[in-house]
Structures are given as structure tokens and as C-alpha cells.
Design a protein around this ligand. Sequence first.
Ligand code: PMP
Length: 434
Amino acid sequence: MDNIRNKLLIGGVSNGWNSFSVYGPTIVSKTEGVYLWDNNNKKYIDYCMGWGSHFLGNTPEFAKRAFELAYSKGFGIQYETDFQLLLAQKINQYIPSMEKIRFTNTGTESTMQAIKIARAYTGRDKIVKFEGHFHGVNDYLNFGNDASLLGDKEDGIITSLPGSSGIPKEMSKYIEIIEYNDLETFKKVLSNSDIAGVILEPVCLASAIMYPQDSFLTEIRKLCDMYGIVLIFDEVMSGFRSNLGGAQKDFEINPDITVLSKILGCGFPISAIGGKTEILSVVDPIGDCVISGTNNGRLLNVMGALLALEELEMHPEYYSHLHRLSEYFIKKSNELLIQYGVNGVVKGYAGRIVIHFGTTKLGDNFRSSVSGWDREFHNKMYKYCYENGLYGFLLPLKYCPEPICITPKHTFDDIDQTLEIFENGLKLYCKNNV
Ligand code: PMP
């Protein structure tokens, strides 16, 4: 079977990310809630959770209703119905900075379109991004994240290195990369160059966990206003994760444009771009910045997103449970690291948690997040945890660990079992065994 798979599917997978380092792909036979089973019927607790999209579990009840309802109206509807409006109203109710909304399908597509809107609106070409922030694999923004090498840094500005082969060299002319929380360089770049927009994860959750320091977001907001630059929050990962208002509610900053996906559909492939009326009015059919496509606003995905958001709004206890689980995991795992004398630290935001071996001082920029990473110890622990039934737990990226995803559907029992496996791994591999 493996031979046929590898012959036909590139690298044996339909999604490159599913080929985990050390193990390659796990062929999944079924999922239920926060669990999955492989082809040998081995059960795992899932910490990948649809790459952060299955916030309501792998088999949520609302999805059945979405299928039925969409099918009852005509499954393939790609035309306008009342449901796109209902979904837009719901998003705008919780994220009021999204005054005007367009639906797309993926995060990669939406971040690319969001910067196109910024260019169309300002008539300028360049975009600022922060090192280690991931905005999908479109050729404009796939620079300076985990897959690419750490670029040289001169006067705060980082050489733009692409995260994939096949990206034309010229693309790097349109991007300026700086370190997250480096306000001085940000100011310098804004005042010197032809910048259309700045894109960031307000709290970086994709490759490493990086919090905005002190007044960083407030200052960025002020500077964007001062220079007429479009501020774009990529909330593909953070949106609806900590609360219904997104990270922008937690940090009390309104961006000009927000991009949502993942938890927006809780498994249905949908994304949304939204923002200030004046800016979004450049988009077709009002303006001539074209953001349209065969699958945009397809009823099934719109219905899925609508029912997912209704489920989240009907159950505020999901969020309180998630925050409790998240704090519990962080506290207990940090205690275990201390108990076993491991140089490491655990840090997170609303269930998106990184376990970092090699340093206790994880700063809020990519260079400090990757420095001193003990990859060898990490890989041993990763292997142990995988073999003992934890999926997507301690996944190694190129420069740092991939954070895990705890969802409101995980239980304290799941977390205790996970901590037990984690502790057994530490016992096995830790030199200062106690
Ligand atoms: N932005 C962020 C912050 C993400 O985490 C991701 C995916 N992990 C993307 C964009 C790309 O989204 P997609 O995988 O839907 O293209």
C-alpha cells in the first residue's frame, strides 16, 4: 500500500504538512472528538486538530446540520443567498472593525488578497511583515518564516529569504522584514519607504508564540495612521480562539483589515477578509480590485461557519473551559520541567501552546524563540510522545517547535494523560532524573 501511495501521491501525501518529520505521514482511519485512529487501529489524542481549525472537535454535531441545511437549499449554491449576509452580520457583531466583508476559501488566499487591497487603496507596493509570523504560502508573504533561513540583519532590517523554491527573486523587493516588537526599525522603515501596508499576527501563534510587548500594537496603530498605511491583522490562527472578538479584542486594537479562517469554519474551508468601509470599497464590484472566484461564498461553507459561530456564541463555557485547560497544562508542564531539571519553558495563548527545550528565556521575537533550541532532546521527546499516543504533540519545525492546539473539546482527563506521557518521557531521557 505504501508503495502505491508513494508512487501516486507526491511524498505519499495530499498535504505536505501531513508528512511529519521522523515519522512521515500517519494514515488515519477515523477521527472522533479530539481523538484519531491510525490504520493499525492505534488511538491518539489529537493536538494538531485540523491545523488549529477543528476547534469544536473532529466530528462536531453542528457540521451534520450544516450539511443537511445546505443540501436542502441546493448543495452547490454559489449564488447570493440570505446566509452570506447572516454570516457577515454575525462576524461584524463580534468583530466590529470588519465593517465590510468578502468571503474566500483559505488563509493563504486571503492574506494575499488583503495586501492587494492595501496596494490598491494606497497606490503603493511594499508590505512590512515580521520575522517568524506566518501568513500562508502565497508568493508575496512566504518570506522570513520557519521554512526560510534566518536572513542577515542590518540596521534592524532582515534580508528577505523565500520560504519556498520557485518564488521569483523580484518578489523580495515588495517585502520588508523586521523583528516582532522592534518599534525603532518599524518607525525607520515606515518613514523611508513606499509602504502600502503592514501585516502581522497580533499575537504570533503560527510558528512560535510571540506576544506584543507593552504598547507595541498601540504604537503600530498610531504610526500606520500617521503615514496612511493599512494595518492588517492576520487572525487566521488567533480569530475566535480566545474569545469571539479575536485577539484584537484582547489587545484592544482595531486594525484596518482583518483576515479570518480556521475557527471561522471549524473545519469547513472558508476564510473572510473584512475591514474599514473606505478601504474595502476598492474591491469589485464597487472598485476594480478583483477578489472573486468559483468557490467564494459557497453555501455549504457559509452554512458551516454560521452554525459554528452560533454554537460558540451559545456556549460561552467553551472558552472558560479552554482557558482553564490551557493554564493548567502550562502550569503543570512547567512544573515538570523544573522537577526534572530540564532547561525549557512552556508558553501559550488560549490553548495554542509551545513547549520549548533549551532555554527558559523565550522572548517575543523569532530570533529569541529559536535560539538555543535543543532539537536533539526535542526530537527524542517528540518520538516518545508520538509512540505513546500523542498526535501533533512536540512537532519539530525547521527552527523551533510547532505549538500544540488544545480545544474546548479536550478534557482534563486528556490533559492529565498527556502530562503523564510527557513526564514518562522526561523520566526516560532526562539526565538530572529525580
Ligand atoms: N495565516 C496564519 C496565521 C496561519 O496560521 C495560516 C495557516 N497555518 C495561514 C495564514 C494560512 O492559512 P491556510 O492554511 O488556510 O492557507
